[in-house]
Design a protein around this ligand. Sequence first.
Ligand SMILES: CC(C)(COP(=O)(O)OP(=O)(O)OC[C@H]1O[C@@H](n2cnc3c(N)ncnc32)[C@H](O)[C@@H]1OP(=O)(O)O)[C@@H](O)C(=O)NCCC(=O)NCCS
Length: 382
Amino acid sequence: MSDTKAKFEAGLAGVVAGQTAVGEVTQTSLRYRGYEIADLAANSTFEETAHLLIHCELPNASQLKDFRHRVQAAMNLPKQVTDVVDAMPKSTPPMDVLRTVVSILGHYDPDGQNNAKSANLGKSERLLGQIACATGYWCRRMGNLPEVKPDPNATHGFNLLAMMTGKKPSELAGRVMDGTLVLYAEHEFNASTFTARTIASTLADMHSAVTGAIGALKGPLHGGANEAAMHQFLSIGKVDNVDNWFNELEAHNKANPTNKRLIMGFGHRVYKNGDHRAAILRDWSLQLSKETGQKHWIDMADRLQKIMLDKKNIHPNTDYPAAHAYYQMGIPIPLYTPIFVCSRITGWCAHIIEQYENNRIIRPGSDYIGVPARDVQPISKR
Ligand SMILES: CC(C)(COP(=O)(O)OP(=O)(O)OC[C@H]1O[C@@H](n2cnc3c(N)ncnc32)[C@H](O)[C@@H]1OP(=O)(O)O)[C@@H](O)C(=O)NCCC(=O)NCCS
């Protein structure tokens, strides 16, 4: 768009790309529809937070009961979907499985092509149940283990953990899993949500928008960072190795300025002074370590965090403590980003509905840096 002279910003940093009433991110706070994240983490279950995001208000007791009933009714994948999933190679990355599952679910949803708000509210609730169910289903299938059904009286987080591990979680583990779903649920115009909104802005259906969002979340610079952070802890091995590991990485980066390695689980586009969700989750993971006897992960994480702050002034993000919390719960690492999907589906759906309600197709300009205008030569002269 050569006649548009708006200033180009790499990665759209600092560019306001739309308006939203779903979530608010500032350097010092994160709020879902006006509620501070620490307040929600301490005083709501994930299902309550999900209701807040999808239906705009926290539920009362009877609304919560009905909501939970509808979500749990969807925790049962159609046979046509499980047939496709069963035919996938066991090596398929779980994020790819979820991406495909959501796409196929669109074929069988009674309102698949209906973009009316009432239809999209129903689809949001169904996807919330179906995605948790698919995550548990694939986790069990990866290990050749039987599917585990949800407990109608348990929270979404407790059920998700049980459906993945096949064990009844401790009360604390169930609460921490449910809490991580609260923390991950919404984050305004992050890459996956913006992808979902961009797709919705063409008036394509909700399943198409969510399928694209899952693809965007997969990358290690976004949702994939929780898995990458755990691989990093495993490669460091123990707290005594942290300093050497960091020094070697720094030496590599100095010698290879065009091929620098990032430290996964650190940095954030907005929170340059720290991600408050990370501090909440680190504390929960520490509590968990008293049950699991695995405090060494937190010791290692704390040491690397101190070095990163002292030497680079870069803070950890939520994916950093999520890694050691999920590891302590016995969840296979490739399932960490799918857990993020199980939570963020609520934020995505809220944004998709908001986009449809006040839509203009998202179509930014670009700064052309290619060859100047030229004429096509006849093929004999090229
Ligand atoms: C999250 C992230 C994508 C933000 O990207 P961004 O806003 O473009 O980051 P910035 O460009 O503001 O980073 C500023 C500087 O800090 C460095 N930096 C940022 N995150 C870093 C990290 N995790 N490890 C090492 N250096 C990092 C950048 O290389 C850059 O240095 P430079 O100016 O010398 O090039 C980036 O921090 C990152 O890749 N982190 C690791 C992956 C991760 O944990 N993702 C989860 C996000 S919630």
